[in-house]
Structure formats: structure tokens, C-alpha cells
Design a protein around this ligand. Structure first.
Ligand SMILES: [Zn+2]
Length: 471
């Protein structure tokens, strides 16, 4: 025996921690055995060698049992026992097929047949232990590899050295064994494959009792919710909804609303002009297109199409060249309102607005209006609501002044007014027969007031933590 025989050490001392390293150790042992067997067959008897390797005492096998298996980590133990069993089988098989038949004392046909029967028994045991294609591949190579398989050794060591009269029976047995091995391996392979299929099917089986994948369902953006709320209020008093283009001509955005080109209001309503070919407008002059600064152009577009009575609201996005801050954004939202009929008075106007404000903020708020100026309404007013945060007292509950109305007790809501008769001239209404009112509600501002939001930018930042607060 070699002095550095690894079977004298434990697996831990050898540094073997996984099945791959273990397989490598067995591979080395097998190679060493074959070398010793080749040497032994030239001189010493093969029985002595077999005893050294697989004998009951002091053999390689008994050292593997004592030094490797008993001290092996749990996860290697089962595989180790199997490896040892396979190794012992191989030692028996190789120690047989690497000898000439006369050394095995197989000197007649019956004894030869018995040798083959032993091999077949060993093969049957081995093939039954194959648990997967890797095992099976190793077994297949060990037995029928054309270079170094058992059958190749039989041909080289048994048949070639046999007395002439025994060659036919050796050949016959060889063919029988080869057919048996080929058939058994094919059968085992089919069994393993169908087993693999079954376990794959079991893995992929659909379990209908499992809960499904829950996709989070989104909700309407707060702005959309406020639109809906306002639309519902106006629906309930006979208004209908119309929508218009966000890209407008200066005619609809300004001129038809009584805002001629050099009107100072255009400074406040500076907007984005589009780099598109000039557009032929109503008045035949070529004009650039712009992003609408208010929803008011739809007043004109609606009245052009429709004779009185008109009761519409126009929700939508509008644009101005404002730098973003807590109360400004270059894009925001409005609802335009327009009511025109033959007998609409200022009372109808204030009554409608008051109804809306109380519906939206609650019945306890009060409204008031102050004179104001818009080019397309006459008279024009600003509507205020009593501060919903301090109950119109201007004082905060914790003392001091209310931070929302800054102690004023009133909050400015939106502008409105009776439609300027000059506007009717643009849409061929008879200013002597019809009257009406218009208003423009800033949705972002109303939402901020109602829900206590102090930065308009959160509406555009798409932060889910904010959006989730308004499901
Ligand atoms: Zn207040």
C-alpha cells in the first residue's frame, strides 16, 4: 500500500466537503486499482490484490468504511455508501475481466458461463441503482465503452488468451451480455425519462386553490376626482360637458374673447407658441398656434355652433408661461362655465355660483363677490368663500391667525361675470335679446383648498405616496 493512502485519513482531513470532491477521490482510487491490477496480473495472484482492496479486514474498503463513512458529514453519507458499493462492484468486475480466463480457473464452457452470469448480476445491480442520466452514462461507459469498457476487456483478456476450443462459447456469452446490457440501459433510460417527465409535470401542475396574482388597481388622480365632483354638481342643475382643443388659435384664445392683440391682459396670459406652419384663422390672416391659456375659447366655439339656450361647462388642461412654484405651474386645470339664454339675470348668476360653492365646500360656507375686471365679462366679479379651515373667523384653533386665509377669513376662489355683450358680436348672437354669465374655476386651486394641499407641484410629480392618500 502507498504511504499517502487517502483512505487512512478522514474526509475532513482530506478537505472533502462536497459530492464532486468525493467523486474525484473515488476516481483516483479506481485508477490506482487498475494500475495495481495490471502489475499484479503479471506476477502475483489477483486474489491477494482483491483482498487488499475489498477484503474483510485491513482493506481499502474497510478503511473507507472506518475513516470516510463513519466520520462523514450527514449530507455526504448516503452518496458515500452508494459510491463505495459501486466501487467494490467495479473492483470485483475489473479484477475479473483484466485477468486471463485461466487465472480465473474458468477452463470449460460451464465455468465460463458462470463467470458471465456473475458479471451480469453485478451489472443488473448497478443499473438498478442509476438515479439519473449522469449515473446511467457512467454505467454505460464502464460496461460498453469501445475503448475501456468491460466488454472490451473481456475481448482482450478472456477471448484472445483462451484456448481455441473455448473461443466460440466466449463469443456467444459476450454477445448475450452485450445485448442484455444494451437493452437494460435503454429500458432504464426510458424509465428515468418518464419519471423526469412526471416530476416536471408535477412541478408545473396548476394549483387552482392558490390565490392569484393581485394586480394593484389604480385610482383616479385627485385632479380627475375634483373634475368629476364639479361636473356632477353642474350636471344636477342642467349643465352639460363639452371639451375643446388644447392647441388654439389666437383668435379663439384672445380676440373673440374681446382681448385684442395689444390688450394688457395678454401679458398675464403669456403662453407657449408652437413651432408649426402658420395657421389660416377665421379672419383669413395666417397666425401661429398656441397652447390655450384658459378654457374660455370653448365659450366661443360653443356659441358658434349652438343657439341659446346654452348651459355648458368645459373641463380641461390649460397652459401659461409661469415658472413652477408652490402656487404656479406651466400646466394646470380649469373648468369653464357658460350659461346664455334670453332671461338670465345677475341673480341667476350669483345663485348658481353660491349653489356650487356650498355643494363643493359644504353648506356652512358663505360666499361673497367683489367687483373685478375681465375683458370678456361685464360686470366682472371675483368670488370669495369664507375660509373653510377657520370657519370664516380668521383665527386658528390653536390660537394666532389662520395660516390658510392669513387671518382674512375669506379665500379668493375664482373670477366670473356676466358675458360682455361685445362677445356676442363674434358669434352672431343678438346682444339685445340674450344675456348670460361665465366663470372660470381653477381646479388645482380648489383641490388644494378643499384637501389642505399647500404645493401645486404634487399634482404633477406622480409620487405614489401622495396619490395613495386619495384613493
Ligand atoms: Zn382661515
Amino acid at each position: 500500500m502507498l504511504s499517502e493512502d487517502p483512505t487512512k485519513k478522514s474526509l475532513t482531513e482530506l478537505g472533502v466537503t462536497d459530492a464532486v470532491q468525493l467523486a474525484h477521490r473515488f476516481y483516483e482510487l479506481r485508477a490506482r486499482f487498475q494500475r495495481e491490477l495490471a502489475r499484479a496480473s503479471e506476477g502475483e495472484g489477483w486474489e491477494r490484490l482483491r483482498d487488499e482492496w475489498v477484503g474483510p479486514e485491513g482493506s481499502v474498503q474497510s478503511r473507507i468504511l472506518a475513516n470516510w463513512i463513519r466520520t462523514a458529514p450527514e449530507h455526504l453519507k448516503a452518496g458515500l455508501v452508494q459510491d463505495l458499493q459501486n466501487f467494490i462492484n467495479e473492483v470485483f468486475i475489473l479484477s475479473a475481466v483484466l485477468q486471463p480466463l485461466d487465472q480465473l480457473r474458468a477452463t470449460d464452457a460451464a465455468k465460463i458461463e458462470s463467470q458471465f452470469r456473475n458479471l451480469r448480476g453485478l451489472f443488473d445491480r448497478e443499473v438498478k441503482e442509476c438515479r439519473d442520466e449522469v449515473d446511467l452514462g457512467i454505467t454505460e461507459r464502464f460496461w460498453i465503452s469501445p475503448k475501456s469498457g468491460v466488454l472490451k476487456h473481456i475481448a482482450a483478456n478472456w477471448r484472445k488468451t483462451a484456448p481455441r476450443d473455448l473461443v466460440p462459447s466466449i463469443g456467444r456469452e459476450e454477445n448475450k451480455l452485450k445485448a442484455h446490457i444494451t437493452r437494460e440501459i435503454a429500458e432504464r433510460r426510458a424509465t428515468l425519462e418518464s419519471g423526469a417527465e412526471e416530476s416536471a409535470l408535477a412541478r408545473e401542475r396548476i394549483d387552482l386553490s392558490l390565490p392569484g396574482v393581485i394586480r394593484p388597481i389604480g385610482s383616479h388622480h385627485l385632479i380627475r376626482q375634483v373634475f368629476q365632483e364639479i361636473e356632477d354638481i353642474f350636471f344636477s342643475i342642467g349643465f352639460s360637458v363639452v371639451e375643446g382643443p388644447e392647441i388654439e388659435t389666437p383668435y379663439y384664445n384672445f380676440e373673440a374673447l374681446n382681448i385684442p392683440e395689444f390688450h394688457p391682459v395678454r401679458d398675464d396670459m403669456d403662453t407657449f407658441y408652437l413651432e408649426l406652419p402658420l395657421f389660416s384663422d377665421k379672419n383669413a390672416a395666417k397666425t401661429p398656434l398656441l397652447l390655450r391659456t384658459h378654457t374660455s375659447p370653448m365659450q366661443i366655439r360653443t356659441m358658434e355652433k349652438q343657439k341659446p339656450p346654452v348651459r355648458v361647462i368645459v373641463p380641461g388642461k390649460v397652459y401659461r408661461r409661469d415658472n413652477p412654484d408652490a402656487t404656479h405651474s406651466f400646466a394646470f386645470h380649469q373648468i369653464e362655465g357658460l350659461a346664455v339664454d334670453t332671461d338670465i339675470t345677475f341673480c341667476d348668476f350669483t345663485g348658481t355660483i353660491e349653489y356650487f360653492v356650498k355643494q363643493f365646500f359644504g353648506p356652512s360656507v358663505k360666499t361673497r363677490f367683489r367687483p373685478s375686471y375681465f375683458p370678456f365679462t361685464e360686470p366682472s366679479v371675483e368670488f370669495d368663500v369664507s375660509c373653510p379651515f377657520c370657519g370664516g373667523t380668521g383665527a386658528a384653533a390653536a390660537g394666532g391667525t389662520c395660516s390658510k386665509c392669513k387671518g382674512a377669513a375669506w379665500i379668493e376662489l375664482f373670477g366670473a361675470g356676466m358675458v360682455d355683450p361685445a362677445v356676442y358680436g363674434f358669434v352672431n348672437y343678438d346682444a339685445k335679446k340674450v344675456s348670460g354669465f361665465a366663470f372660470g374655476i381653477g381646479i388645482d386651486r380648489l383641490a388644494m383648498l378643499k384637501y389642505g394641499i399647500d404645493d401645486i407641484q404634487v399634482f404633477f410629480q406622480n409620487d405614489v405616496r401622495f396619490l395613495k392618500q386619495f384613493p
